[in-house]
Design a protein around this ligand. Structure first.
Ligand SMILES: [Zn+2]
Length: 478
């Protein structure tokens, strides 16, 4: 009897603690500083972006396919479109066309680096409703390849810098602009910028590159706008799975030939997904966004740290984007067998494009794949791979400044850290800076977000304008 009473009392106390936790699990009370859009003109910014979209700086791994003249024209046009910036900032061209600018600040404090890239992915095979390189502006929207990724960000940065230089402003610390020319093909442009800074003994205070955006209805249970700032990015690994056979005439096949063994390997990978885990960064995201959810959801999110496995499982089932946040993913992207219809394959090949979750490595991923496939006749050849990036902090001045800059132009958005599931040039900067962030200051609809690397890429003039306001706030408060 006494035991039952004690248990009931303990249970009651636990419920009270839990209820208090849920009640206190609210968004922080903040009064955002009003947006600073002085000297920024939305329509002329849109026109400058449209002009730059018209220059087809399509990158390719094959140098013969790169239109070097277009890249050169882009750099020249930048100088004409942003004369004040090019008058005051030092500019250098690295390698095949990476741009590095230095805006001397009013102190010797470590600099801020703002990144973007001006190469774009091809449009071949995509069904565009408008010419991807016309730079058409229609109903308040700029259309074309690169409108978001990443000429949009590049223009927003330059609009902010140009307006501040024109007003005679000097930043409190040096500001570097690092604009890559080969991000989309995993080139060396950003690496050259890192080497140039390293050679001069420069260690940035913070680095900001493309990444999360301001989107609505993506996080389960949070209806409003969310601005997610990447603290890290997943690793990238390309592996070829290869099986071999003696071959022969297709009229006398063998059981368990190279294609069959390859198919078995692929199905085993599909049937044995990597474990779903809630990394600390994703826990931070759940904590920040969960506070904006309705009561029922908040009761769960408030206890996220105690129910990590359950939440990881829930997220992995919520959507394919959420799934990518909690585990290493494997996509089979290419398949190849015999070259002829009536010849047995001597070699069958599948390409696996893998995104490695934080906490795992290239080596641990390859080891696990081997165990999953469990067939010594399937070779695993690593084509290229890099481990996940280090994790930047979310409790420092740099992150607080980014948050304030977001709130100045998106006062209603919930700001949260997250893990970028794609690769970006920012990863190179982890060598010289431990505050590397990934965020694109544009509010995008789900449809607009889906046009990245796809048909009908476009950005609203209003989002571009707010993006420039974000960078202006950032630079003014360094
Ligand atoms: Zn990009």
């Amino acid at each position: 009897m006494r035991g039952a009473l004690l248990a009931a009392a303990a249970c009651g106390a636990a419920v009270t603690v839990a209820a208090r936790r849920v009640a206190g699990f609210r968004p922080p009370e903040v009064t955002p500083e009003p947006a600073d859009l002085d000297g920024l003109d939305a329509d002329s910014a849109a026109q400058r972006l449209a002009e730059l979209v018209r220059i087809p700086t399509v990158s390719s791994k094959d140098p013969a396919e790169v239109d070097a003249a277009a890249f050169e024209r882009f750099r020249e046009r930048l100088a004409e479109l942003y004369p004040q910036t090019h008058r005051v900032l030092e500019r250098e061209v690295l390698g095949d066309g990476a741009l590095l600018y230095r805006w001397a600040g009013g102190s010797g404090a470590p600099p801020m680096v703002l990144m973007a890239h001006y190469d774009v992915v091809p449009v071949a095979g995509q069904d565009w409703s408008r010419d991807p390189f016309s730079g058409l502006i229609e109903d308040g929207v700029v259309h074309g390849r690169g409108a978001i990724d990443d000429k949009g960000a590049l223009v927003a940065v330059l609009e902010a810098v140009e307006s501040l230089v024109a007003a005679g402003f000097t930043p409190a610390r040096d500001v570097y602009l690092s604009f890559g020319n080969d991000e989309e093909v995993f080139g060396v442009g950003a690496q050259l910028a890192v080497e140039a800074l390293t050679a001069r003994g420069v260690r940035p205070w913070a680095v900001l590159d493309e990444g999360g955006a301001v989107v609505s209805g993506v996080f389960p249970g949070v209806p409003g706008a969310t601005a997610v700032i990447g603290l890290a990015e997943k690793g990238l690994l390309d592996v070829e799975l290869v099986t071999r056979d003696p071959g022969g005439h297709a009229s006398a096949p063998v059981r368990g030939g190279a294609p069959a063994r390859l198919a078995r390997a692929i199905l085993r990978i599909e049937d044995h997904p990597f474990p779903a885990r809630l990394h600390d960064v994703v826990l931070g995201m759940v904590d920040a966004l969960g506070r904006h959810a309705p009561t029922g959801y908040r009761a769960v999110f408030a206890h996220a740290q105690y129910v990590r496995p359950v939440l990881a499982l829930l997220l992995s089932r919520a959507s394919r984007e959420a799934n990518a946040l909690v585990r290493t993913t494997v996509a089979i992207t290419q398949l190849e067998g015999s070259k002829a219809r009536n010849v047995l394959a001597t070699r069958a090949r599948a390409h696996a494009n893998i995104r490695i979750a934080l906490g795992e490595t290239v080596q641990s991923t390859v080891d696990r794949l081997r165990r999953i496939i469990d067939d010594p006749s399937v070779e695993l050849d690593v084509v290229a791979g890099n481990d996940p990036s280090p994790v930047s902090r979310a409790d420092n001045e740099a992150f607080a400044l980014l948050t304030a800059a977001v709130r100045s132009v998106y006062p209603d958005a919930a700001v949260a850290p997250y893990v970028m599931v794609q690769a970006s040039d920012a990863r190179h900067f982890s060598q010289i800076c431990d505050s590397v962030y990934r965020f694109m200051p544009f509010d995008l609809t789900r449809e607009e977000l889906a046009t990245l690397h796809a048909a009908d890429e476009r950005i609203s003039v209003a989002a571009l304008h707010r993006g420039a306001g974000f960078y202006r706030h950032l630079i003014r408060h360094l």
